[in-house]
Ligand binder design. Structure first.
Ligand code: BEZ
Ligand code: FE
Length: 294
């Protein structure tokens, strides 16, 4: 492919300029900025790769298929954003580092509003298959003050790699909302995270296969943590030693979020006296919220 030169380049540039100018009259300044910049970058991309008309058609078919598979339970466009790193770039732009504040990462499509409230120390697995995992820690602000009453929402896939919402039976499992105690502490029993593929039976999965990329996510557990006066944190914790840490399909892994999941057996005493006949794990995750808006 060669870049156009001379009169051809001028014609292409002139078209870009006309489209950019067409947004001049937008009454909303921000919308104008976004649309003009989108036009410049989109045209630059088309010109750089010298897109063929056949490829343009394939692109339209890809987006059409993404629309067709999307419904209120499946969001193929979020998946597309995730595998292109656009979700993580947006997270990076909007969650600047602040002191020791815990780093944010990808939200994913499996959060559910109004998850059931669980007592501290409760088993949130709710029948989800998996090895028991005791998760505990504190929530504090960036000055080190504990945040009693902080809201901690957690959700995770079962050992078969599925979230409750991916089953057709309307179950609620491996998700809960907890409230930190007077010292900002929280704890619960969940399941030890295991690797799973992002939904790959649609156009995004086909694209990953075509480019030789894996749909697998590194093992993780999702958190959304909020407290008045603090920036709401959306994050995951990852399992040290997981071989997918450097190949997460949605680029969500950050070193500070990789935690030691201590492996324990039936003879090891559990924190709350729960009896286990099998192996279990425990992990500590202290959460620090940056100042900001909820
Ligand atoms: C998830 O971790 O739940 C997820 C993230 C991005 C795409 C698909 C799933
Ligand atoms: Fe996930």
């Amino acid at each position: 492919m060669t870049t156009a030169g001379g009169e051809q380049a001028e014609r292409e540039q002139e078209l870009t300029g006309r489209v950019v100018a067409s947004f001049e009259g937008a009454p909303d300044e921000r919308l104008k900025q976004v649309m003009q910049s989108l036009t410049r970058h989109l045209h630059a991309f088309l010109r750089e790769v010298r897109l063929t008309e056949h490829e343009w058609q394939q692109g339209i078919e890809f987006l059409t298929a993404a629309g067709h598979i999307t419904d209120d339970r499946r969001q193929e466009f979020v998946l597309l954003s995730d595998v292109l790193g656009a979700s993580m770039q947006t997270v990076a732009i909007n969650n600047e580092a602040y002191g020791d504040a815990t780093e944010a990462t990808v939200f994913g499509p499996f959060f559910v509003q109004d998850a059931p409230q669980a007592e501290l120390g409760a088993d949130i697995a709710g029948g989800a298959r998996g090895e028991p995992c005791w998760v505990s820690g504190t929530v504090s602000d960036a000055a080190g003050n504990p945040l009693p009453g902080a809201r901690i929402e957690v959700w995770e896939a079962d050992a078969d790699g599925f979230y409750d919402v991916q089953y057709d039976d309307h179950r609620t499992a491996a998700r809960a909302a907890l409230v930190a105690d007077g010292q900002g502490r929280y704890s619960f029993w969940g399941v030890t995270p295991t690797p799973y593929p992002i939904p790959d039976d649609g156009p995004v999965g086909a694209m990953l296969a075509a480019v030789g990329r894996s749909p697998m996510r590194a093992s993780h557990l999702h958190f959304m943590v909020s407290s008045p006066g603090c920036r709401t944190l959306v994050t995951n914790i990852f399992v040290r030693g997981d071989e997918l840490l450097d190949r997460d399909s949605v680029f969500g892994v950050k070193e500070s979020l990789v935690k030691d999941f201590q492996r324990l057996g039936p003879d090891d005493p559990t924190p709350d006296g729960r009896l286990t006949s099998d192996t279990w794990t425990r992990v500590e995750f202290d959460i620090v919220l940056a100042p900001g808006e909820q």
